[in-house]
Design a protein around this ligand. Structure first.
Ligand SMILES: N[C@@H](CCC(=O)N[C@@H](CS)C(=O)NCC(=O)O)C(=O)O
Length: 249
């Protein structure tokens, strides 16, 4: 008999798992959440996806999605009430370019900044400087448009914000002191959103005997989230709006 719901193997603090949960919560596609301890991965996860990373989503027919972006696209193609999916091919390619940069060079810089000792370095400052280039570009895009996706938050914003959050949290004082008003505002709006709260619930590590934990838990209505998006745009700092105008937004 097929499973009644997809299973999502997830890890609360993993930015890839966060982006998957964000899309699932936005879409309302219900699944059974299995919180993973990375040091003790469940057999079911490794059988479905031997590469052993999270998130992994197992659909009711047994098909396996083992990349966070694929899980986002699957959820949003199933239901996209917040219109996160880009409306045309060119916008989708734009979003994919941002996400590819985030998952490639920026993720390496983030890891080097967080864990310099793994690279034999006394500190992560060189990686921080490199990562700041990507953040500068994000800030300019946000100044010009409000969101990476344009006027409202979309796929690129939600795929990338969890990684920017990690970068900011390495040294919050340094991050706050950078001249990135739009980026700082965007990140604060993300971290204080009802949607973020909804996807950051804490769960004990999954074990096979436990009752199913369903995700998403009831959260903000579509309408509330849309209002939030509007507020996020309207609340851009004055300087950012002027700069956005100058950039031709
Ligand atoms: N390309 C994968 C990357 C996922 C990934 O690297 N997840 C990390 C956690 S943030 C992981 O599971 N690492 C395996 C481990 O630490 O054992 C995706 O987009 O889903």
């Amino acid at each position: 008999m097929p499973a009644p719901y997809p299973f999502l193997y997830s890890f609360r603090r993993c930015p890839y798992a966060m982006r998957a949960r964000l899309a699932l919560a936005a879409s309302g596609m219900v699944c059974e959440l299995r919180e993973v301890v990375l040091a003790q991965k469940p057999q079911g996860l490794l059988q479905a996806s031997p590469k052993g990373t999270v998130p992994v989503l197992i659909q009711v027919d047994g098909a396996v999605l083992e990349q966070s972006l694929d899980i986002m696209l699957w959820a949003l193609r199933g239901n996209d009430p917040l219109h996160w999916l880009p409306g045309d091919e060119a916008s989708l390619q734009d979003a994919m370019r941002w996400i590819t940069q985030c998952d490639g060079s920026f993720k390496r810089q983030l890891d080097g900044y967080k864990y310099p000792q793994r690279h034999g370095l006394p500190d992560g400052l060189e990686y921080r400087t490199q990562g700041a280039c990507f953040l500068n570009r994000l800030n300019l895009q946000l100044l010009a448009h409000g969101f990476l996706a344009g006027k409202y938050a979309g796929l690129a914003d939600m795929a990338i914000a969890p990684f920017v959050r990690q970068f900011a949290h390495v040294d919050p004082v340094w991050f706050a002191n950078q001249d990135w008003p739009a980026l700082q505002h965007w990140l604060t709006a993300f971290e204080t959103s009802a949607l973020f709260e909804q996807v950051m619930g804490k769960y004990a590590a999954w074990h096979p005997e436990q009752p199913a934990v369903m995700f998403p838990t009831p959260g903000p209505t579509t309408r509330q989230e849309q209002v939030l998006s509007l507020e996020m745009h309207a609340a851009l700092p004055q300087g950012a709006k002027v700069a956005a105008a100058l950039c031709g937004a």
